[in-house]
Design a protein around this ligand. Structure first.
Ligand SMILES: [Zn+2]
Ligand SMILES: [Zn+2]
Length: 247
């Protein structure tokens, strides 16, 4: 190895962690994915057909048209117009999101934002007027974590799409005790009243891309959408890095 190349790699490795955050395998500095090739292979992208309402991946064999809704979406009224996710929340991506949230690796947001922008192609029209907003986290949690993971994705996604990002349109008033293990309707009740629009003038007649890291039951995204619409928003599309298909 030439001395220049060795120097170059040393510098690159200082800037970018050289190991896959999921399995620890060494990463080539010339790859732009934070996942190693093996983990990337095991990652389930939602690229094929998906529910036109909630973004749930559907079997390719299903003889259904473009506007096909899953069973739940036919039964449920939601405030967001539709939801789109880049990955299924399982395997390496599930672990990567955990690392992203709790290990201070905000740079991983770039990977998620790029995957989301890709997933939006052909599914959502972007006029250039939409505003990207993250699902906010509570101040206390923000202090502990240092950043809002949804805000980091939202900023980068807005950059990729050439849209405006508003990090403070929505405010989180309280953090519900615990959402895990609750039924869908309990989650819905639990999250009610947790968000508020900081300034209605920034919301009125605008179309929003509402961003979060994971879509679990959709209740948090739906409550944020409700609050935005009530403040005068024209429409909300929920956009997440990953979709929990068991939620
Ligand atoms: Zn790996
Ligand atoms: Zn659905």
């Amino acid at each position: 190895m030439g001395i220049l190349r060795a120097l170059y790699l040393a510098v690159i490795n200082l800037v970018y962690p050289a190991n896959c955050p999921v399995c620890g395998a060494g990463l080539s500095p010339f790859e732009d994915s934070p996942l190693c090739p093996d983990c990337l292979r095991e990652t389930c992208f939602i690229r094929g057909r998906a529910c036109a309402g909630c973004g749930l991946p559907l079997p390719e064999a299903l003889p259904a048209g473009d506007g096909f809704l899953c069973g739940e979406c036919r039964m449920t009224r939601r405030y967001f117009f539709r939801a789109i996710s880049a990955f299924v929340y399982e395997g390496p991506v599930k672990e990567l999101i955990h690392v992203f949230k709790y290990s201070g690796r905000a740079y991983l947001a770039g990977f998620f934002a790029a995957a989301i922008a890709d997933a939006m192609k052909g599914r959502v029209e972007v006029s250039g007027e939409e505003v990207v907003v993250p699902v906010p986290i509570h101040r206390a949690r923000l202090r502990g974590r240092g950043y809002n993971q949804a805000g980091e994705i939202a900023r980068r996604l807005a950059g990729l799409l050439g849209l405006k990002v508003e990090l403070k349109v929505l405010r989180r008033l309280t953090q519900p005790a615990f959402q895990v293990g609750l039924t869908r309707s309990q989650r819905r009740e639990n999250i009610k009243g947790c968000f508020r629009v900081a300034d209605r003038r920034t919301v009125k007649n605008r179309r929003f891309f509402l961003v979060d890291d994971v879509y679990t039951t959709g209740s948090t995204l739906d409550e944020c959408s409700r609050v935005l619409l009530r403040a005068g928003a024209e429409s909300v599309i929920a956009i997440t890095a990953a979709r929990d298909i068991l939620g």
